[in-house]
Ligand binder design. Structure first.
Ligand SMILES: *Cc1c(COP(=O)(O)O)cnc(C)c1O
Length: 427
């Protein structure tokens, strides 16, 4: 038995599925997840001493790579001054000022401890601000695991949602309408029917939780226009895209100004931190200024703030995002070329430092197209790459990430492994 299999067996005795977040369990691809002992730069090492080039990056946060020395140092210095106070600190102001400067749509911001908390709080605020209950979300988008957001489409596209998890009251799911991503017609129809009851719309401006689905031209602009016309709060969930697709996040990239935004992942630099913010008039409804309650014992934790500040300072370096996008582009273009050499139906695309890999001839535009991809081919490819020392997300339905630590040599090594994996698939 390897150390990984021993650890996985032990973990399953005391942790549901052996993991603290479901996709880590490798259920989608099968097999035993490696237990990670350390990481540095673009690489991680597992309990059996095997090294991998990592394209998961802790599911997005590690834009500087693993154990970035500057981040580690500032976190150590913060830790030495005290782990938590539950009282205000100057670092929180510094991070809030930086966030409001980098994301001009956020005039005020509140720090929380996860992406889930950020989105949950943002939808409560949208409802509290408008005095309306109905929320629109899009099929295949993930916004964390709070009750109102664990909802899938009802039987008809314009019927209200059903819980997508046991334990979510149907009564609550009924307040969430689930529409197709990139479906401008359904969006217009939903607003025409019930625009005056819609509190808000929450969307991943680039969907990254159903593999990667890019927004169609006009989709986000139509959404903005309809929300404005009907007085609904537009929430961009930038937990994944924030400081990942570019320094101005997806809202800057596509030139759309949301009313509220949520952040997580990169903003915490690898430590637990999220944020939600937006127009002052809306944010002033948050307690203690206003009637919308929101709180957190560890919110604005000094270690998380230190990691976030260091990360957000470093990504502002000249050429940072150009280099990151270049790395992602070299990776996806190289993969497409390798697949083509072996006659495998495959496509890939990158938006800034995130990418999608598809066992389908063209990138998907919505959830149905994502679900139609060849999962069996992905799973074989995944295991061949893992064996060769390349750690991809263990599911065909996740986006992937590159970091500033991925060198041209890392990409070359990955593409050489991919060439072999595609040739195996062609047989
Ligand atoms: C990861 C993610 C979340 C949830 O964030 P957690 O920190 O895991 O709670 C919410 N929205 C999007 C778009 C995400 O990618």
């Amino acid at each position: 038995m390897t150390h990984n299999t021993e650890l996985f067996a032990r973990a399953q005795g005391v942790i549901p599925g052996g993991v603290n977040s479901p996709v880590r369990a490798f259920r989608s691809v099968g097999g035993t997840p490696p237990f990670i002992t350390s990481g540095a730069g673009a690489r991680i090492r597992d309990a059996d001493g095997k090294s991998y080039i990592d394209y998961v990056g802790s599911w997005g946060p590690l834009i500087l790579g693993h154990a970035d020395p500057d981040t580690v140092r500032t976190v150590q210095q913060a830790a030495a001054r005290g782990l938590s106070f539950g009282a205000p600190t100057a670092g929180e102001i510094e991070l809030a000022e930086l966030l409001t400067r980098l994301v001009p749509s956020m005039e005020m911001v509140r720090l929380v401890s996860s992406g889930t908390e950020a989105t949950m709080s943002a939808i409560r605020l949208a409802r509290g601000h408008t005095g309306r209950d109905t929320l629109i979300k899009f099929e295949g988008c993930y916004h964390g695991h709070s009750d109102s957001l664990l909802v899938k489409a009802g039987s008809g596209m314009l019927t209200f949602g059903n819980p997508s998890s046991a334990g979510v009251p149907a009564d609550l799911a009924r307040h969430t309408l689930v529409l197709g991503y990139n479906d401008v017609g359904a969006l217009r129809e939903a607003f025409a029917r019930s625009g005056d009851t819609i509190a808000g719309v929450i969307i991943e401006p680039v969907a990254g939780n159903m593999n990667l689905v890019a927004p169609a031209p006009d989709f986000l602009a139509t959404l903005r226009e309809l929300c404005t016309r009907h007085g609904a709060v537009l929430i961009f969930d930038e937990v994944m895209t924030g400081f990942r697709v570019g320094l101005t996040s997806a809202q800057g990239l596509y030139g759309i100004t949301p009313d509220l935004s949520t952040f997580g992942k990169v903003v915490g630099g690898g430590l637990p931190l999220g944020a939600f913010g937006g127009r002052r008039e809306i944010m002033e409804k948050v307690a203690p200024l206003g009637p919308v309650y929101q709180a957190g014992t560890l919110s604005g934790n000094p270690l998380s703030v230190a990691a976030g500040l260091t990360t957000l300072k470093k990504v502002q370096a000249a050429g940072f995002y150009e280099a990151l996008a270049d790395t992602a582009r070299r990776f996806t273009e190289g993969l497409c070329a390798a697949a083509q050499r072996h006659g495998i139906p495959f496509s890939a695309q990158a938006v800034g430092g995130m990418f999608g890999l598809y066992f389908a001839a063209t990138p998907p535009r919505n959830y149905a197209e994502v679900m139609a991809m060849d999962v069996v081919a992905f799973n074989r490819f995944f295991h061949a790459m893992l064996e060769a020392g390349v750690y991809l997300a263990p599911s065909a339905f996740e986006a992937g990430f590159v970091s500033a630590a991925h060198t041209p040599a890392d990409i070359e090594a990955t593409l050489a492994a991919a060439d072999k994996a595609f040739s195996m698939l062609a047989k």
